[in-house]
Ligand binder design. Structure first.
Ligand SMILES: C[S@@+](CC[C@H](N)C(=O)[O-])C[C@H]1O[C@@H](n2cnc3c(N)ncnc32)[C@H](O)[C@@H]1O
Length: 388
């Protein structure tokens, strides 16, 4: 153990430590999963930044070199049993057994490594928490520091922007991009996308959040006005009744049950270039399946039936998008509040011809297999519309 601490002390003194992780908590009930440590330069002083990673939040503290040694000595092996130390020339692993026996392994590194002394705050973030709307939306302090209980949300927001950016970069747009976010709720994700696109895209961004709750719409529009954000507004309306002259990107995140279908329909009818949905609670198909009483080994048990209903609902949505000329992907989304609602349906309008008959057959076979008489989206695609 002492040999390891000597190595660490020497790495700190000689400025060769790249990073270090303390992991494998001794207490099984600990909320603290690991601590990530890296050297940083803080007002010209060499320090170590400790990131304490808890189940649902991170906390950071900075220590000078002597304090760092003290901290690590007090944490290993009492609180953490494993340490991985990376220096510019060597990887050092310390494993402490349950009985307290330490084992140290050292491996010379082949590739060239450098110390990165930048502070986390200096790293380029997709979303800037110091923007005034994040305070007004209740995610940060007035000084732009993300609130402890909002850190998980903030991470999700950044991840969301990263995913949507990836999808949008593969789509061709004109000089203006008109985006409608259906069932925009408290507006976190709408603001995040607006902020990111207006900062990183050399195009005019026109953003509309559609939300049925008047109180939310009024509150958000006040924030938009206060922050003087251009071409951005919330509209009090239902997804079904929303009308748009111009729609390039249709977004619907966690719109309940068939509200997701209404949003997809809106996108299809408006010929949106991109349709992005993260479906929420799925009730309609489950009811159909229960009504038919047709079960197989995949749907015999309640929970399997529930999950299969979700899979069928989203599979048919993907098929309907394909049917309407959208190249469709079903991908993993960010988890929201630990629920399994983590699917993202992405449809990108394509010029390639579609074998509609084949897609319709697939839909029919899937619905017939479980005795489902109607899928809300498939049924309503035909309503008031003969073009399909
Ligand atoms: C679960 S929240 C999701 C909010 C946001 N999109 C997100 O993912 O964080 C769903 C929102 O959709 C709104 N909503 C539900 N049905 C709607 C409809 N038919 N038309 C417009 N808004 C609707 C609700 O009022 C709620 O604010």
């Amino acid at each position: 153990m002492e040999k390891f601490f000597e190595k660490l002390e020497s790495a700190l003194k000689n400025d060769i430590m790249v990073k270090m992780t303390l992991s494998k908590p001794v207490s099984k009930n600990s909320d603290l999963r690991n601590i990530y440590i890296k050297p940083i330069l803080l007002r010209d002083n060499k320090m170590c930044q400790f990131t304490y990673r808890y189940e649902r939040r991170d906390e950071t503290k900075n220590f000078d070199m002597a304090q760092t040694m003290e901290q690590v000595r007090s944490l290993v092996p009492e609180t953490f049993q494993n340490v991985s130390l990376f220096t510019i020339s060597e990887d050092v692993t310390l494993l402490v057994s349950k009985k307290g026996k330490p084992t140290m392994m050292c491996k010379k590194v082949q590739e060239s490594r450098e110390q990165d002394l930048s502070h986390d705050h200096e790293k380029q973030r997709l979303i800037d928490p110091a923007k005034p709307w994040w305070y007004l939306l209740g995610l940060t302090t007035r000084e732009g520091k993300v609130l402890a209980d909002m850190q998980h949300k903030f991470k999700q927001i950044c991840k969301y922007v990263e995913i949507v950016d990836g999808v949008m970069r593969q789509t061709k747009f004109d000089d203006e991009i008109h985006i409608a976010d259906m069932g925009a709720g408290k507006g976190y994700l709408t603001f995040a996308l607006y902020e990111y696109l207006t900062t990183h895209y050399d195009k005019k961004i026109v953003m509309e959040g559609v939300e049925i709750r008047r109180d939310l719409v009024e509150k958000i529009n006040e924030i938009i006005q206060k922050c003087q954000l251009k071409n951005f507004r919330f509209i009090e309306n239902s997804i079904e009744n929303y009308k748009s002259e111009n729609l390039d990107v249709l977004i619907a995140l966690h719109a309940c049950d068939t509200a997701t279908d209404d949003a997809i329909l809106k996108g299809i009818r408006n010929n949106a270039k991109l349709i992005i949905c993260a479906p929420c609670c799925h009730k309609q198909i489950r009811r159909e399946m229960e009504k038919s009483g047709k079960t197989d080994s995949m749907t015999k048990y309640g929970i399997s039936l529930e999950r299969q209903a979700v899979m069928i609902t989203d599979a048919v949505r993907a098929f309907v998008l394909e049917y309407c000329g959208y190249k469709t992907q079903v991908m993993e989304f960010i988890e929201i509040d630990n629920t399994p609602k983590n699917v993202l349906l992405v449809g990108r309008k394509s010029d390639k011809p579609v074998d509609k008959e084949a897609v319709a057959k697939q839909i029919k076979e899937l619905l017939d297999q479980y005795g489902i008489e109607e899928h809300y989206l498939w049924k309503n695609l035909w309503k008031n519309c003969r073009t399909y």
